[in-house]
Design a protein around this ligand. Sequence first.
Ligand SMILES: Cc1cc2nc3c(=O)[nH]c(=O)nc-3n(C[C@H](O)[C@H](O)[C@H](O)COP(=O)(O)OP(=O)(O)OC[C@H]3O[C@@H](n4cnc5c(N)ncnc54)[C@H](O)[C@@H]3O)c2cc1C
Length: 421
Amino acid sequence: MIPQLQDFFNFEPTHAEALRRLDAVHPGEYARTRNALDGSVTGLSPYFTHGVIGMRTAVARVLQKHRLGYDDKLTFEFAWREFFHHVWTRCGEQVLTDMRPSAAGSGVYSSNLPADLREARTGVPAIDTAVRQLYATGYLHNHARMWLASYAVHLRKVHWRAGADWMYGHLLDGDVPSNHLSWQWVAGTFSSKPYLFNADNVAKYAPRGNFKDWRAKGTAIDQDYEVLERIARHEGDVGPEPGVHQGVIEPLLWAAPHADWVAEATRPLVASAVPRRREIELVTPWAMGEREGGSGAGAGGPWRLGVIHTPSHALLPWSEARWRWVLRRLGQVTDAVFVGDLGSSVPWRAGAPSWPGPGMVMAMRAPMPGYDAVLAALASLQPAPRLLPNPETMCRSFSVFYESVKRQSRSLQTQLNGELF
Ligand SMILES: Cc1cc2nc3c(=O)[nH]c(=O)nc-3n(C[C@H](O)[C@H](O)[C@H](O)COP(=O)(O)OP(=O)(O)OC[C@H]3O[C@@H](n4cnc5c(N)ncnc54)[C@H](O)[C@@H]3O)c2cc1C
């Protein structure tokens, strides 16, 4: 891997790394190049997904050096994330099923990804390279995600949900609202038409350095859009390309972290260590921000308990790389970590059955099926912080959402209420 890329894929799970990436942002350059695989994208998604840094802080930091408004491409992309989360706050777990009847018609889709796709041996270089990169780094450029999703659903006839669950598990930034709704957008169950791409589109956005790895010329994708449209709407699985293709082994996905990974990165919960008469904050893997007043149990802010509710992860398991990333960050920002079923044990009460009193335990809402219900039974739930207003009525499309946002707030500066640091 060329050194510049190695640097990009080095997603250290720290706040300092998120700030370093933010300080490298140049909104003009981003707008000009973000569609290209070697364009100036930020690589901030793991940090946003896991709440290492919030979008408000991010925008405030960019505004210190640059002008940024609603017409900027960067704001627009930030807004896509907020749109998906707007839909999540209105529809919740419904995002795991078709949001509307498919715009691609009612084809027959498999609930399993074919082995050649999982093992990066479809024979379509751009697709196989994307799968390898996903496993090796936990990250994919937006275009690569769109190509992979479109190929899986429209050419290989995989149901979008199977593809979404698989990609979610391997990404470091896997975020149910952004991921599952993007797959639906590609499939045509959350958009007015299926997203299709051809070999020319791949050639246009492929990275200049390793162009040959990202080819699709001479493969099933190398077609006019009318032909691709016909395949998407009326035909079956096109199958892998003829010949034998060298593959990779798919990393395992784990419904719970291995005990060794937990022990290496975090402090286990010991009932006697839970302080009395101090606020407790439950920190989920989606809200791992810096703690107030510095680190350590003696600091001024609440006592922080990291919580991993394993029944939720059984539904959508993660790669070892993601578990380790999350655990390392949890270890940095919490006083102790609990891994298990939060519904059947109330961990901090282990040594003190009648304590803490109501209202002393708080947690932030989590964008993962199953978490909010169990957290609400244990703590007072705070809304996840947003950059943009969250319209009262559900917006079914991004454009309706963005128009509504712009009507409600004049500028990003007003949205931040002078929070410029
Ligand atoms: C099939 C598919 C699956 C996806 N799954 C996820 C996912 O699990 N988690 C996730 O965070 N994003 C997902 N995205 C959206 C997008 O691809 C990633 O957010 C982006 O590629 C992350 O890289 P970056 O931080 O370098 O992005 P940049 O281009 O630098 O963008 C900055 C930030 O804006 C937001 N953003 C940018 N583009 C989008 C977009 N199209 N939709 C939503 N937010 C966006 C992200 O928070 C991103 O970190 C998915 C897109 C597709 C097509």
